[in-house]
Design a protein around this ligand. Structure first.
Ligand code: PMV
Length: 357
């Protein structure tokens, strides 16, 4: 139990409260894959915060006469009731109630919208859990004043309990989650912002190529579990931490020749873990590999530092600096969209994190 995150002084009020926050998605450069309860990472991870791909969340907290035993809530996604979202939210509220017991005095009406295309294969758990946590902490700070630092830390703490990677979506341009000897104040409980990032990364582009828009066959929850007793787990966790150590100076000096191989190796390491777990599985698709090969060829021919990373799915994230954005977008349109479902992609850039809207 993390005592400093328990809302001991927050007393429920008689008035309703309305909160609106938006939170972006993030893309991990050093991946989190493997955890122990309650959502504690087995290695430190590092991500760039996005901006265009985000969730807008509106929450109404309606006071009730007497407290309930479990948090009472309803969820509307893109304007429609979403019963399939309830189990994950119920588990989330069960996990956080020890830290925000005043929630038992409210009926919580959640309205959520994503800016990225629905059923695009882009995971929305990071942006939605970060936005929800921001609304919950907004209410808490109304009930009992909180210093800005504690507000941010508690939001990250709660977001993590909803979806691990969500704790990295609060600030930008780059965040680290998980204890790491080279990152001051790093923690397994919350993500921290990396300071003094080279300006090239503050406007970095991420174009998400939608290779496969269907729900992935293996959820990240299952994938994380398969890292228990994985033959390469110990090496993977320590290697991820050393990749992160190598990336830190690069994020400060902007050396893209060093950036590209670290990022691509991390993506392939993540998928190598999937291919060598028991049971084994492959989330990449033939078109994922066509794209990767086309990116390598383009880079060799043009010397433009375009690189890729992958999440737990077949879609490819293309990362590149803004000064080459025009050439890369032409290349995407002429050579890569043919490998995407319905020729769809999402152009995004690095951003600054959550905000009230
Ligand atoms: O936050 P989760 O439980 O959905 O796991 C995210 C895992 C990856 O997206 C594959 C890597 C990461 O660090 O974001």
């Amino acid at each position: 139990m993390e005592q400093r995150f328990v809302s001991t002084n927050a007393q429920p009020q008689k008035d309703a409260f309305h909160s609106k926050w938006q939170a972006p998605s993030n893309i991990a450069l050093v991946k989190y894959w493997g955890k122990t309860p309650p959502q504690l990472p087995k290695n430190a991870s590092l991500s760039l915060t996005l901006s265009g791909a985000h969730t807008q969340m509106e929450v109404n907290f309606i006071p009730m006469g007497s407290p309930t035993k479990k948090v009472s809530f309803s969820i509307l996604f893109q304007g429609k009731e979403k019963p399939s979202f309830r189990p994950k939210l119920e588990a989330f509220f069960d996990r956080i109630i020890a830290y925000q017991s005043f929630l038992l005095h409210y009926n919580i009406v959640i309205r959520s919208h994503n800016t990225f295309p629905h059923s695009s294969g882009i995971a929305s758990s990071a942006s939605s859990m970060a936005a929800l946590a921001a609304c919950l902490v907004d209410l808490e700070s109304q009930l009992s004043p909180m210093a800005e630092k504690l507000r941010l830390e508690k939001t990250s703490f709660l977001a993590r309990l909803g979806s691990g990677s969500a704790c990295r979506s609060l600030q930008g341009p780059a965040m680290v989650w998980g204890i790491h000897p080279s990152v001051v104040d790093s923690s397994d409980l919350i993500a921290v912002k990396l300071e003094n990032i080279h300006p090239i990364f503050t406007t970095y582009h991420d174009t998400i190529l939608l290779v496969d828009k269907v729900q992935k066959q293996v959820s990240s929850t299952t994938g994380h579990k398969l890292m228990h007793n994985h033959p390469y787990a110990a090496q993977r966790f320590s290697h991820a931490n050393s990749q992160l150590a190598s990336l830190l100076p690069v994020l400060k000096n902007g050396n893209l020749d060093a950036f590209v191989p670290i990022v691509e190796k991390e993506a392939l390491d993540l998928h190598a873990m999937m291919m060598t777990s028991d049971p084994y599985f492959i989330l990449m698709q033939p078109n994922t590999l066509y794209i990767i090969n086309a990116v390598w060829q383009f880079r060799a021919e043009t010397k433009i530092p375009l690189c890729f990373t992958l999440d737990a799915g077949a879609n490819v994230h293309l990362l590149y600096p803004s000064d080459v954005a025009d050439s890369v977008k032409l290349f995407i349109a002429s050579d890569l969209l043919q490998f995407c479902q319905d020729r769809q992609c999402v152009h995004d850039v690095v951003g600054a994190g959550i905000k009230k809207y």
